[in-house]
Design a protein around this ligand. Structure first.
Ligand code: VG1
Ligand code: CO
Length: 579
């Protein structure tokens, strides 16, 4: 092939958000748009490392992925990359890419230098919906801010990009290697099985035999909903082939470019079919499985459900941490520490304290966990946004979380005879609250709000947070039963490993009784702004952990809406999504 230097002009707004660049497909389809971003990424990396390297390119299979893969292959070749690894059909889950970058060894002993993950995660897909791209580095984790800032700077000044001419479209359906020769040497594209490396890794972490025994119990039933995302490919292989679950246990496990027209977002609003199956909707089915779970488009998120029972993600990570050492072979030598994102409830903190573990609070976005893990300071971490994971990779991992829960269930039931009462998801959570207390928790999302209005609301809160007398007066007038606020701030994080500082990471109100209100703007949307409001209240009295969450939190919600003047700024009297 030949290398062409293509003239181009910068596009506005190619700033990667919380997790890469996410825009409408139509935006990405503009001539040169994707190419500019990919070239700007290569330009932000050291040229001597890019030359001769291997990079991974794949994603959740959403609309435009197939075109994007061919474009990226040609730009990679022109920039001196020696090899591109592509999952069959262009499919690789986000956690699988992370694992492949870290662990996969090629036929010549080579390892990957990084990868482009093509996904907009939980955002809808299709010609009128979202596409996304993010770059992950050598440790398998999302590029850190220093790198994404550099990529963004490059997109503002780009004038040309390099692209190979003479490489035909690669058949990404066929497992095969295609080889070419270019001006700087050989170039090849290897299409490989999307699940093999990932399955191997999961088998090293978990006791698959113990999980199979659980699934084989007549009193244990299981249901997994991939919401038409890439998780389906892994679910079929792991739950059916490896663990012996029944085919009828899997919902929506064939990936679709438009996710069947839905939001591939595993929560109580968007995972409708699973929610109904698990008896949390209406009508309530006659037979309800004991365990249910769902994933998002790129399979890094998870939702865990029991029979008629929802496990909040904040509780989920705390419970996994509390049970990991006994239940999961990978952790048998103990945990190095745990971490959560700032808006995630403090349920994990209570476990860390109880077990004497180091604990960290980082800004929203998985990239902040990477340094802690690389430095051996953290084994398990999670976010309230249905993200849970460990240091086996540098992304959150939806299937891992399901296997972790199945391991805990298997462990807790190891001595329970087949005709005795099964220890259920609800039992495990209730017992946990009995030991550590309960963090009542909810999140309100106001999606697609006018960007100016959202900004004004945030500036109003920044000002308010510095005047606690005013805050406490408003609380007294709104809901006198709510405790006073003891401090407020804008969250800032200093990375304990590299010393880098990330500021303006959300506004916090910390209450005297341990309750918290957090406000922040989303960094993953593609239009307008999304305001997220996180509401949390701790109940340490073990006799009061069984109340209804929305009733318990209602007074705090009122206070949050009044403090923020939500309706006045946004015109919204109700959130778009409640999780
Ligand atoms: C959201 C979540 C955050 C998560 C991020 C990426 O970000 O709140 O916790 O890490 O999505 O998840 P934001 O900025 O919109 O609040 V994924 O599964 O979309 O890659
Ligand atoms: Co995701």
């Amino acid at each position: 092939f030949e290398v062409i230097e293509q003239q181009t002009k910068p596009f506005d707004g190619q700033k990667p958000g919380t997790s890469g660049l996410r825009k409408k497909v139509k935006v990405f389809q503009q001539e040169h748009y994707l190419a500019n971003f990919v070239q700007s990424s290569f330009n932000a990396l050291p040229a001597d490392r890019v030359k001769g390297s291997t990079i991974v390119v794949s994603g959740d299979g959403r609309y435009y992925s197939k075109d994007a893969i061919q474009i990226i292959i040609r730009i990679a070749a022109a920039n001196g990359v020696a090899q591109v690894w592509v999952g069959q059909d262009g499919l690789l889950s986000t956690p699988a890419v992370s694992g492949i970058i870290r662990d996969r060894v090629g036929s010549k002993g080579e390892k990957a230098y990084g990868g482009f993950i093509l996904t907009a995660s939980h955002n809808a897909g299709g010609p009128d919906e979202d596409f996304g791209i993010k770059y992950n580095t050598e440790n398998g984790g999302p590029a850190l801010e220093a790198l994404t800032d550099q990529i963004y700077e490059n997109t503002k000044t780009i004038t040309t990009y390099l692209i190979a001419e003479g490489i035909p479209d690669i058949d990404i359906h066929k497992i095969a290697t295609s080889s070419f020769s270019g001006p700087s040497g050989p170039f090849s594209v290897e299409v490989f099985d999307a699940t093999e490396d990932y399955v191997k890794m999961m088998k090293q972490i978990f006791d698959f035999e113990a999980i199979s025994r659980l699934l084989a119990r007549p009193d244990f039933t299981f249901c997994y909903d991939a919401l038409h995302g890439v998780a389906g490919v892994y679910a079929k292989r792991i739950f059916l082939q490896e663990l012996g679950a029944q085919e009828s246990s899997l919902l929506n496990c064939t990936p679709k470019e438009d996710f069947g027209g839905g939001h591939p977002d595993p929560n109580l609003t968007y995972a409708k079919q699973l929610v109904k199956t698990m008896g949390l909707g209406s009508p309530v089915p006659e037979e309800i499985p004991e365990f249910g779970a769902a994933a998002d488009g790129d399979a890094d998120r998870n939702m865990i459900l029991g029979k008629k029972f929802f496990v909040t993600p904040s509780d989920s990570v705390a419970i996994i941490a509390a049970n990991a050492v006994g239940a999961i072979p990978y952790f048998r030598n103990g945990l190095k520490g745990v971490a959560r994102s700032m808006p995630t409830s403090a349920a994990l903190d209570v476990v860390a304290k109880g077990l004497g573990l180091r604990q960290f609070e980082v800004p929203t976005g998985w990239k902040f966990f990477g340094n802690l893990m690389d430095a051996g300071m953290c084994s398990i971490c999670g976010e309230e946004s249905f993200g849970t994971g460990s240091d086996h990779i540098r992304e959150k991992d939806g299937i891992w979380a399901v296997l972790a829960w199945l391991s805990i269930l298997a462990y807790r039931n190891r001595d329970v005879a087949a005709d005795d009462k099964l220890v259920t998801v609800e039992d495990i959570v209730t017992l946990h609250w009995g030991i550590y207390g309960r963090h009542y928790y909810t999140r309100y999302d106001y999606e697609n709000v006018d960007a100016g209005a959202a900004k004004n609301l945030m500036s109003h809160l920044v000002k308010l947070q510095s005047n606690l007398t005013a805050v406490n007066k408003i609380i007294k007038e709104t809901r006198p039963e709510v405790s006073g606020v003891k401090s407020g701030d804008e969250f800032e994080y200093k990375d304990p490993v590299d010393g880098s500082v990330s500021s303006h990471q959300g506004i916090r109100f910390l209450f005297k009784d341990g309750s918290r209100l957090v406000f922040r703007l989303s960094g993953t949307g593609s239009v307008g702004a999304t305001i997220r409001l996180y509401i949390e209240q701790y109940q340490s009295d073990k006799s009061k952990t069984g109340a209804d969450a929305s009733e318990t939190l209602a007074p705090l919600v009122d206070v949050a809406l009044v403090l923020s003047k939500m309706e006045e700024f946004t015109g919204r009297s109700a959130p778009t999504v409640i999780t």
